[in-house]
Design a protein around this ligand. Structure first.
Ligand code: DGL
Length: 282
């Protein structure tokens, strides 16, 4: 049994796919969840705004929840501000990055699709990962915020039409007219929530891969082992306000085993970056 207390963090409900992977890897773990609903979605925010907010919101959550490990279950945040969040927190921080390495290992054709938020698609971090792990591969990329919203709807029990999922991934197939692409990397933690809809609406059959189980393994690796074993209590979910529909969120969190929902007050200055933090080139 693995003792310990982990806080899984995302902009919305996408990180629930990582929380599930963690629970199945280590059922004795205390897993809490935090969604930055006050700044959702991350995929269309400027780098400067996210760099400003992420370490501060992470610190506010850490102070309130006091986890042993903080998991950023969000590619959009991790590919930009993992170092800043690590510097702000006194505990191990695990990030989520696109599963390029395992994808290229299973690809026969060395042709991948990368489906992510527009933020993750344009990051240098993502290009560096491709350069490092798949330098000879062809990687077709597409950023979709529509798919983030569709995943939020599915998590809330709604059933958007399959055509919406087909449209969200079609640009990857348009970029690959010869049909060489054999693996699509789901590089947004929201997307595994709709992998069945993606499979059913794809023009042909291919593999989809995400980072959930790798993040779970890495979390267990960095978890301090000196704490006494405690039986896990029900998971708690924390949100940061905004226009979130609380009835809908409560239902989603309960379905994923988080029976307690609490809003954490975060200060207003978290939303507006000082001019000095603006990234060059933005
Ligand atoms: N779940 C997040 C990710 O992994 C992003 C969703 C959003 O745009 O907020 O990238």
């Amino acid at each position: 049994m693995t003792p310990g207390h982990v806080l899984v963090f995302d902009s919305g409900v996408g990180g629930l796919t990582v929380a599930e992977a963690l629970r199945s890897a280590a059922p004795a773990l205390q897993v809490d969840y935090a969604a930055d609903t006050g700044f959702f979605p991350y995929g269309d925010k400027s780098d400067a705004a996210l760099r400003h907010r992420l370490p501060r919101v992470a610190k506010a959550l850490f102070d309130h929840v006091q986890p042993d490990v903080f998991v950023i279950a969000c590619n959009t945040a991790s590919t930009l501000a993992l170092d800043e969040v690590r510097a702000a927190l006194p505990c191990p921080v695990v990030g989520t990055v696109p599963a390029i390495k395992p994808a290229i290992e299973i690809s026969q054709t060395k042709t991948l699709g990368l489906l992510a938020t527009p933020g993750t698609i344009r990051r240098r971090y993502t290009d560096d990962l491709i350069e490092q792990f798949a330098p000879q591969a062809t990687v077709h990329k597409h950023g979709s915020l529509d798919l983030v919203e569709l995943a939020e709807q599915v998590a809330a029990g709604m059933k958007p039409p399959l055509e919406a999922f087909a449209a969200a991934q079609q640009p990857l197939f348009d970029a690959d007219p010869e049909g060489a692409m054999d693996v699509i990397v789901l590089a947004c933690t929201h997307f595994p929530l709709v992998v069945e809809q993606l499979r059913k609406s794809a023009p042909r059959s291919l593999a989809y891969i995400d980072s959930g189980s790798a993040i779970a393994r890495q979390t267990l690796r960095v978890l301090p082992t000196t704490r006494p074993l405690a039986a896990p209590s029900d998971g708690r979910a924390f949100v940061t306000g905004g226009d979130a529909d609380y009835a809908r969120l409560r239902a989603v969190f309960e379905r994923f085993g988080f029976s307690h929902l609490e809003e954490i007050g975060v200060s207003r200055d978290l939303t507006s970056p000082e001019p000095a933090t603006k990234a060059a080139g933005e």
